[in-house]
Design a protein around this ligand. Structure first.
Ligand code: FMN
Length: 173
């Protein structure tokens, strides 16, 4: 896909099919994360967890159930794969780094024709569950900060003709 088409085709998917994501696609998405800019080259402050285990995905979902009180809460929307990004820097630069990795992965998944979603809310809840964080194999001293849900979109992804955002203004000085 042309880069400009990738940008226009990246949209949040909130309904995924259960189909597994090919190993090679996961590898390419992870690879894209590693091309992201990281402040002061501090790549060692970042960690990726690829979650495919259905029980762990369910435990993450249950964090949202607990936080919201809604038994049907499903922040992963049935995605078969969640890539959690953790950082040992929980400050502003750490969060910005995490977001760079996430965006690269969203774009890579889009390029591969996969549905994808930036998922942060439930990760903040999951990060409070020490047993769950341990089962994600997050190293000591790292905090899960955001994630990317990936899978086959239940509905066809239609590229945008114009940006969704006509609110953000630009100043030329
Ligand atoms: C920092 C950040 C956190 C987000 N967290 C969530 C989230 O927890 N759950 C969710 O469904 N979408 C989340 N999103 C996706 C946004 O809601 C979405 O990108 C926005 O509504 C624009 O829609 P689009 O992605 O289709 O262009 C997040 C996006 C960003 C950048």
């Amino acid at each position: 896909m042309q880069f400009s088409d990738v940008l226009k085709t990246r949209v949040s998917t909130r309904s995924f099919l259960k189909d597994p994501v090919p190993e090679e696609d996961i590898r390419r998405i992870l690879d894209a994360a590693l091309y992201a800019p990281v402040g002061m080259h501090r790549f060692e402050t970042l960690h990726l967890s690829v979650v495919r285990d259905k029980d762990i995905l369910e435990r993450i979902r249950l964090c949202a159930v607990k936080a919201s009180g809604d038994a049907n809460a499903d922040p992963l929307h049935g995605a078969p794969v969640l890539i959690v990004v953790s950082s040992s820097d929980t400050g502003t630069v750490g969060a910005l780094n995490v977001s760079c990795l996430v965006e690269n992965m969203l774009l890579a998944a889009t390029d591969l024709g996969l549905g994808n979603l930036y998922v942060r809310g439930v990760i903040a809840d999951a990060a409070k569950d020490a047993a769950l964080v341990s089962d994600l194999k997050v190293p000591q001293g790292f905090l899960p900060m955001a994630s990317v849900a990936v899978g086959t979109a239940a509905e066809k992804i239609v590229p945008r003709k114009t940006p969704k955002n006509d609110v953000t203004k630009t100043s030329y000085v």
